[in-house]
Design a protein around this ligand. Sequence first.
Ligand code: AMP
Ligand code: ZN
Length: 113
Amino acid sequence: MSDCLFCKIAAGEIPSTKIYEDEYVYAFADIAPQAPFHAVVIPKQHIASADEITADNSFLVARVFEAVAKIAKQENLSDGYRVVNNCGEAAGQTVHHIHFHLLARRDLGWPPG
Ligand code: AMP
Ligand code: ZN
C-alpha cells in the first residue's frame, strides 16, 4: 500500500524509533505514548484492520504475538502489559494498517472504559 503511513514506517521511508524487528514484524515507539512504555507492533505486510484477517494472513497476527512476547522479555515488562487493537472508527482506529498497542509500566486499570 503505497499511501499507508505504517507501510512507510516498516519500509524505513518514514523515521521511527525501532523497538523490535524480524522478517514479518516491526515494532516502534508510539509518538503519542499512552503509558511510560508504548510500542506499536505491526506486520510488515499491509492488512487494513482486524476485520481483514483471513486464513491466508492470520499467521502474521500469530507472528505479532510471538514478537510481543519477545519484546516483553527484551524490555523487562515483568509487571505485566496490555495489548490493544482498535478496529474501525468507533474504536478509535486512525491508521488503517493493522497494529497492536503494547502498553506497560503503569497501572492500566480494568475495565478499560
Ligand atoms: P490507532 O488510533 O489505534 O489507529 O493508533 C494509531 C497510533 O499510531 C496512535 O497511537 C498514534 O500516536 C500512532 N502514530 C501515528 N503516527 C505515528 C508515527 N509517525 N510514529 C509513531 N507512532 C505514530
Ligand atoms: Zn500499510
